[in-house]
Design a protein around this ligand. Structure first.
Ligand SMILES: [Zn+2]
Length: 277
């Protein structure tokens, strides 16, 4: 009897998975997607607003961080333009219609940056001493933007829903357990320790984010070869008492650096057009 029930559950979960898989516009991969794009975008928008409201946001117009904010805005805008250009080249521009890009710089010692669904970017001032230059900052932003475009967070959130809430009656679970689903969201997107535990992205997700991140960096006119030096600097920033936030979600090891190097020649020759400085 118990066996029958678990078999039945398996069938239910499998069929949910079947009907809830979608193909990603950027990566062409089929992915588990139990939460609708609309739901994700609405949650992201609310969470982003909440985050900005409870952190120190700086702008390029005044104050001691104006140069940092100007840099983050300038580099992000070029990456966003590169993403649009890339999507146009693969005839997928319509996929970006639901995006409303936003870029913000937050004063914090945390070494971190992220991009929520819909193109909601945050760069912490704490990462700037590690990026050191626009090329490396472009690498970071390109990487984070790819996580959003490839919907890695949605997939992780869907996996979390399956695990934690059982898979059945998911829309009911979302409606009746808003706190749990909100927590899953912030965990899936690595928004910050203040909201709970951070989950590292899986190796495949990281590989994709590196791959397309390098392409967007090069298309934006930045030298994506700086990625190798950036990850080396990030790795040695690990010497302090506390591991940088970004490193806990993005392990930097020889593997990553070797993979980056293996993608580099093709990326540079196909996409890099140095910008005038
Ligand atoms: Zn990543």
């Amino acid at each position: 009897m118990k066996n029958n029930i678990s078999q039945l559950l398996l069938v239910i979960v499998a069929s949910i998975s079947l009907i809830s898989c979608s193909s990603n516009a950027l990566t062409n991969k089929s992915q588990l997607s139990l939460v609708s794009d609309q739901e994700v975008l609405t949650t992201a928008s609310a969470q982003y607003k909440q985050f900005l409201g409870s952190n120190k946001v700086v702008t390029s117009s005044s104050g001691s961080y104006s140069t940092d904010a100007a840099r983050v805005t300038r580099v992000s805008n070029r990456i966003i333009a590169a993403v649009k250009e890339y999507y146009k080249s693969i005839n997928k521009s319509s996929e970006l219609e639901s995006y409303s890009w936003e870029v913000n710089t937050v004063v914090s010692k945390e070494v971190n940056a992220w991009c929520m669904p819909g193109g909601k970017i945050v760069v912490y001032t704490g990462i700037l001493p590690v990026t050191q230059n626009d090329d490396a900052l472009a690498v970071v932003i390109g990487h984070e933007v790819t996580h959003a475009l490839a919907k890695h967070g949605n997939e992780r959130m869907s996996q979390g829903l399956l695990q934690q809430l059982g898979g059945q009656a998911l829309s009911a679970a979302i409606a009746s357990k808003p706190q749990e689903t909100q927590q899953l969201f912030t965990t899936a997107y690595g928004v910050g320790t203040q909201y709970g535990v951070l989950l590292p992205f899986g190796r495949k997700d990281e590989y994709e984010a590196d791959k397309y991140g390098l392409i967007f960096t090069a298309l934006a006119g930045y030298d994506s070869r700086e990625a190798v030096r950036f990850w080396q600097r990030m790795s040695s920033a690990n010497g302090g008492q506390k591991q940088p936030e970004f490193l806990s979600t993005h392990p930097s090891d020889e593997n990553r650096i070797a993979q980056l190097q293996s993608m580099m020649d093709e990326t540079i020759s196909k996409y890099y057009r140095p910008q005038k400085r």
